[in-house]
Design a binder for this molecule. Sequence first.
Ligand SMILES: [Zn+2]
Length: 469
Amino acid sequence: MKLFNTLTRYKEDFVSIEEGKVKMYACGPTVYNYFHLGNARPFVTFDTLRRYLEYRGYEVEFCQNFTDIDDKMIKRANEEGVTVKDVAERYIKEYYIDADGLNCKRPTYQPRATESIGAIIGIVKALYDKGIAYVIEGDGVYYDVTKKEDYGKLSHYNLEDLNPGGGERKASYDGKKNPGDFALWKFKKEGEPSWNSPWGEGRPGWHIECSAMIKKHLGDTIDIHGGGQDLIFPHHENEIAQSEAANGCTLANYWVHNAFVNVDGEKMSKSLGNFFTIRDIVKHFPYKVIRFFILSGHYRMPINFSDELLRASQTGLQRISTSASNLKFALSSDSYEGSNEEASKVLDDAVRESVDSFIAHMDDDLNTADAITDIFGLVKAANTAIDSKASKASLKNALDKLTEITDVLGLDIGEDPEEIPEEIMDLVDQRAAAKKEKNFAEADRIRDLITSKGYSVKDTPNGPQVEKI
Ligand SMILES: [Zn+2]
């Protein structure tokens, strides 16, 4: 597999440190609010990368953290008159509702920053003992960016370029040795949660949290570190600086970053106020459509949010689901006779080609956009094959492969027919009986009743076919 590595700016062959195993970390949410579509993109992207690596036979250890202490958390707690922990508990619960809805598999480890204070202090101490960190009285412990020669290697900035010392931000650099120095530990302010440390009571800076949780759960060097592209600088650059200076080895071999979700050409973000939370969007579109929408673009390209594109995603996903139900229905129908050998062979070949092409696209830097086109190729072949009476064995193979590759993308393409409730199946039988007696008014009445209960019934040459709407 090839992955675009932000460090080298090349698509590189992925080679894991330990054969057959992958250690992967992605920066998780700050839990002070519901997450929006822009936040959801990395969750879905790295869940899909993990699923694909597992599909290719790797054992993946995936760690995604919760930032449960920072300025925004404290502000939110003060506004609501509750503790920071209360805010974290509430929004971690809400996070799971949306992340589970989006079909993101639970990461192997999901640590909270506040449960990793020991590991955080350990790294700060290592940096302090090496003379890389220093104390600013009444402020905190800071990282001296000039102490690491290759600082800037991820963002491809150098220290002179960074020089953000002038202008209105100058005041905030008081006491720092260099403008780019950043806080590892912030001394306690009135009304803020705090922990003991060798330098005094306080709380961790944001960047150090990830460095500590990576070390604690995955070790000093990991295979893949992921996140949104807005995290490249300063967050990931600083994670590298801290971890590599403290541990004396590379933090991550591959740095993978997803592009933004845009609204009218601008990045969706809380600060711009142009965001839509997942909780808002699911009032209009199911979670599975949102996931499909996110994966319909390549992860390194911006995607534009609009109702039209979500509607197009819904139609696309529906086409895949319908094809799966048609296959299941033909397979379960006694009246389906699949005796066309030529059609069977055509289908078998098309399925093989679609799956090979799907793998080739996913191998090419997780190109989910083209991989979805391959899924549609399989769908088209399957639909044709049912009409031309391909064998049940070939249909079964097509259904198995369709399920397999849609699972890799975490797409939910519908329920098994046996999951249709008995009450609905009884109504379907009653309607069939009414039709047989040519009582069409009664048949239509029952059909409306079925529709009102959230199911559709369609008459096919192989008998009535029921689907959840
Ligand atoms: Zn991070």
